[in-house]
Design a binder for this molecule. Sequence first.
Ligand SMILES: [Zn+2]
Length: 359
Amino acid sequence: MRTRIVLRSPFGDTVTRDIADGCWADPIGDADLTLGEGYWAVPGLVDAHSHLATRDLPAPKGGYQPGVLGEAVERAKDALAAGVTLLLDKGWCDKTVIDLIGVVPETERPEIEAAALMVAVNEGYYPDFALEIDTDLIESVVAEQAAIGAGWVKLIGDWPRRGRGPVANFTEDQLRQAVRVASESGSRVAIHTQAREVPSMAVAAGIHSIEHGLFLTDSDVTVLAERTGMWVPTLLRIEETIAQLGDGSSGGRLLIEGLDNARRLLPVAFEAGVRVLAGTDLVGTPANVADEAIKLGEYGLSNGQVVEAVTTAGFSATGRSPDFATGSPADAVLFPEDPITNLEVLNHPAVVIRKGAVV
Ligand SMILES: [Zn+2]
């Protein structure tokens, strides 16, 4: 049976494609089934900062907290049903998500890129959770994690020390070494940062994706935009952390200041060409990524930018087709209304297609 689909993008173009071997193809002859007429289509929602391994944050006192494969599989399937066709997993204390990629068929889960184990230093993250390395060994550790991972290496760039606030875990030079080694094996580097000085170090070092990154500066944004780097601010995560810490605590006050900076800088970054992306970071599930996108709108992105941030931007940023190019995987999410005129519709896809199969 030949399936044809009319793909009307909220960004303007309408293309008609056939599905052949799970990929988009040019339409030839008559089709047995035509989908998509009257709908708006995107290649999928993208959760750009996910942790499929478990439902919970690391415990405050830390400790090894292995992922649960069965739960991770369920979360991946739920994400796809909600329209997430691409998911960037930003690591855990074990390689549950890497294992998941090998055992769940592609048509039953999003496309997944994932970091393996998070890389930190002693006292530089939840205790005994991430890999706590001797920074002299950063090159070999990053090479190893790039080899185990699926396209990403995750560094914890800074972490609060008692009485001192967030302190950098690595020097700019070490970050540069990490980027070089990861790039040699075709991987990208993501960095967790909530400190003031670390985003600038990370941008200067060539880090591919800034996670949280509330203290990016205008000049960082210019440099990041030049190489179409990624920024995943995870606003819902930050707001939840402020609620947990208390807005009068020193940590809470720092994050509030960071959010004020982000509110000013996010539209500037988007306009400049930074790939601003939506990431759930264990607030709800990856299936809730539209809520983070809507939050990006509250922080100054226009509706069109919000839709781009949670759909095409993630595809472009990772070298995938954002516009249903022939030969690319036949992934699409259809909405009954134009999501740009009604962002809420992002939470209610009518049809999800993954590698040519209707989910
Ligand atoms: Zn995270």
